[in-house]
Design a protein around this ligand. Sequence first.
Ligand code: URA
Length: 250
Amino acid sequence: MILPDGCEQQARTGTSRLDRFISKNSTFSLSDTRFLIAQKRILLDGCVAHSIQQKVTEFTHVVLDGHCLRDNNPVYIMLNKPRGVVSATKDAKHSTVLDLIRHPQKNELHIVGRLDLNTTGLVLLTNDGAWSRKISLPETKLAKTYEVTLSKALDDQYIDVFREGIYFGYENITTQPACLEILSEYTARLSLTEGKYHQVKRMFGHFRNEVLALHRVSVGHLSLDGLKVGQSRLLTLEESVNTTQKPMLL
Ligand code: URA
């Protein structure tokens, strides 16, 4: 069997039905797939394929006649982002979060929930689009927790206003209930379940209180836990599964 040029590259994206995947990534047609199945020539994750309707995800290991058509492992990484590093995969001016990662698949990774240039703390990177979508969806209600240092003194009024929500005119929305814990006169811990543009700075901006330092300490159950600034580590399989299956509510 001859594989068309670049078929392994094409095979890296999206979820599709087995017959569509085979016709896209080999010289066989959609209708040939039934015969390939009957002749037990296709393996999906090591098991003989049994139906043209089986789903092939971006991480299904697909073998046809002993040739690997797709072999892509999911990667989940947490990084403690330093100040001055941009949450992007490429940037002409600044170093990027990707510059801090050493992993053979690093060029496949995307960022899950960006932090501003001067914000520090937990950034997640992955090549698993379904995982990052689930984490980012407001319906998942995953708490993102920040430590905030402010220019003016805080008082208890902030707690009620943040819980009730703040109107953002630009998006015409009211922010979801957020949990504010005042740690000292000028510092607080804030947990949000959404990630609007500059959300934390704009929420304190409602009180004309400038954010001097912002540090994300956790996303759901994932926290930096001693990971030094600029360092990264792979998530365990359990951590990656728990992040989306057992979200931590406010
Ligand atoms: N909110 C902000 O204002 N900035 C960030 O980087 C993250 C949340």
